[in-house]
Write a protein that binds this ligand. Structure first.
Ligand SMILES: C[S@@+](CC[C@H](N)C(=O)[O-])C[C@H]1O[C@@H](n2cnc3c(N)ncnc32)[C@H](O)[C@@H]1O
Length: 224
């Protein structure tokens, strides 16, 4: 596998989102609808505890998949925008969110927020996506979020934490692949230091780390 294979996120994730079953499986790792909804409530609670969720907020999710979180979050905010590199994921999201009238879906042309207006969003978050991205692309989203956020806007970016037992398992599972057999979407973990460095370097002066559950590490910050 060449590094370019992992960078071709669009191709990888179009192939994984051919229908609802496949898209849901690669978003959540299963096809259990009640667990899918329950996990969205967990993410919503984490967002409430970290960036806060208020009725006047416009939220942007990077890598929204089929709208797992958007479905739980959108009734609590003014507007929810879901952005994804995979048009297949967005087609499924359109169906999954069809009865909600304050959601919009955005097809990302590349791993970038260039298509979003400057100072237009209150909260930008990204969950269960960084494990599929190369480090440079993780950082680019955090850096670009600074432009797209309104002054006072908040960020939340998470990944699996290598220092936890689950994170170590994810890391060693990757060791079992020979270099030429690694799937392009193979999960790659983060550390608190990595995410905090991105936050500080991107200019979030109050950047901090929030660890939650048994395995998650998240960067939280404000555009001061
Ligand atoms: C495991 S799913 C998580 C979806 C959603 N965040 C959730 O938690 O339900 C990963 C998502 O990231 C998207 N993705 C992969 N690479 C991306 C990139 N470079 N930029 C934006 N989205 C990307 C995939 O298409 C997929 O929808």
């Amino acid at each position: 596998m060449k590094l370019t294979d992992r960078s071709d996120y669009k191709k990888t994730w179009e192939d994984l989102a051919k229908d609802f079953e496949s898209a849901q499986h690669f978003v959540a790792g299963h096809n259990d609808d009640s667990e899918f909804k329950r996990s969205a409530e967990v993410t919503l609670k984490v967002l409430m505890e970290t960036v806060g969720v208020t009725k006047g907020d416009t939220f942007l999710e990077i890598g929204c998949g089929i709208g797992r979180v958007g479905r739980a979050l959108s009734p609590k905010v003014k507007h929810w925008m879901g952005a994804d590199i995979s048009s297949g994921m967005l087609s499924q999201a359109e169906i999954y969110l069809r009865d909600l009238d304050n959601c919009s879906l955005h097809n990302l042309k590349s791993s970038s927020l260039t298509q979003f207006e400057t100072e237009s969003v209150d909260v930008i978050y990204c969950t269960v996506v960084f494990m599929h991205l190369l480090e440079w692309d993780r950082y680019r989203y955090i850096e670009e979020a600074m432009r797209v956020l309104k002054p006072g806007g908040r960020i939340y970016f998470d990944n699996v934490d290598i220092t936890t037992n689950h994170g170590w398992q994810v890391f060693t599972d990757g060791c079992n692949f020979s270099p030429d057999e690694r799937p392009a979407h193979l999960s790659m973990v983060s550390s608190a230091e990595e995410l905090l460095t991105y936050g500080i370097r991107a200019g979030y002066e109050d950047a901090k780390i929030h660890k939650w559950g048994a395995a998650w590490v998240a960067l939280v910050g404000t555009k001061l």
